[in-house]
Design a protein around this ligand. Structure first.
Ligand code: NAP
Length: 238
């Protein structure tokens, strides 16, 4: 990968971890396109495009437009994700499949599309945002844990397919990070959960962004199929 400004695509960039990743790449001078359904407040240098990643046709046309305007995508941060927590015995088929469709199937679709050009240009970086929940299997998250564990196997299968083309695909497994996704749990529950984290606190979205920057940097050229936990030690040993 060259050091010159790269074209970086971040899904789920309107807030939280995706917004922090988009901002971090923009701050280092890359051309950054953030994709999500709502705009959020894009950081300076981040171009926002409206996209629902569940819509396969819109994904295809958005990629066509971006490649038409900016050329090949060098880095994809596949970050968009949702939770629909519910105890398994109460979880509906819809609640299960909605999370799989969004976190796993839609992520596959975006990665597959990005890889088409990366394979031709024989370079590229994909960073997939999974979760420590993939290993820990937290109660109420059978759907989410399945989707996030699925991402790991999927990312590794795809990483093997394209490794000889100088394309790396790596997974970040965040722990408990302070975003809208976790704020719904409420302050008391979050404080209780923080006591389980060896670092004794929630992580910040910027701490995930720092790892994404590293995985997209020349220093990470020989790392592929890796899972990097950024979790204050929460999943240590798993
Ligand atoms: P968040 O604050 O809820 O943000 C989720 C992002 O995904 C938003 O930008 C949202 O934008 C986007 N999104 C949701 N559905 C979408 C769709 N159909 N099409 C396009 N974009 C969509 O969540 P977060 O905490 O930053 O989480 C980001 C990723 O990290 C997720 O994959 C999550 O599973 C993972 N993660 C988070 C934590 C944590 O503790 N926060 C821990 C482990 C893993 P719009 O609503 O505007 O579309």
């Amino acid at each position: 990968m060259s050091d010159s400004p790269r074209v970086v695509l971040v899904t789920g960039a309107s807030r939280g971890i995706g917004a922090a990743c988009a901002a971090a790449f923009a701050d280092q001078g890359d051309v950054v396109i953030g994709l999500s359904r709502s705009d959020g407040e894009p950081h300076q240098g981040v171009e926002h495009r409206t996209l629902d990643v569940l819509n396969a046709q819109d994904v295809a046309s958005t990629f066509d437009e971006i490649e038409g305007a900016h050329g090949s995508i060098d880095v994809l941060v596949a970050n968009a994700g949702i939770t629909r927590d519910q105890l398994s015995i109460r979880m509906s088929d819809e609640e299960f499949s909605e999370v799989i469709e969004m976190n796993l199937t839609a992520t596959f679709r975006v990665m597959r599309r990005a890889l088409k050009r990366m394979v031709r240009q024989r370079s590229g970086r994909i960073i997939v945002i999974s979760s420590i929940g993939a290993f820990m299997g937290l109660p109420g998250q059978a759907n989410y844990a399945a989707s996030k564990a699925g991402l790991i196997g999927m990312a590794r299968a795809m990483a093997r397919e394209v490794a000889s083309r100088s394309i790396t695909i790596n997974v970040i497994a965040p722990g408990l990070i302070a975003t809208d996704m976790t704020s719904v749990l409420g302050e008391d529950r979050l404080a209780a959960m923080a006591t389980q984290v060896p670092a004794g606190r929630l992580g910040q979205p910027e701490e995930i962004a720092g790892t994404a920057l590293f995985l997209a940097s020349p220093s990470a050229s020989y790392i592929t199929g890796a899972i990097i936990a950024v979790d204050g030690g929460l999943g240590m040993g798993l």
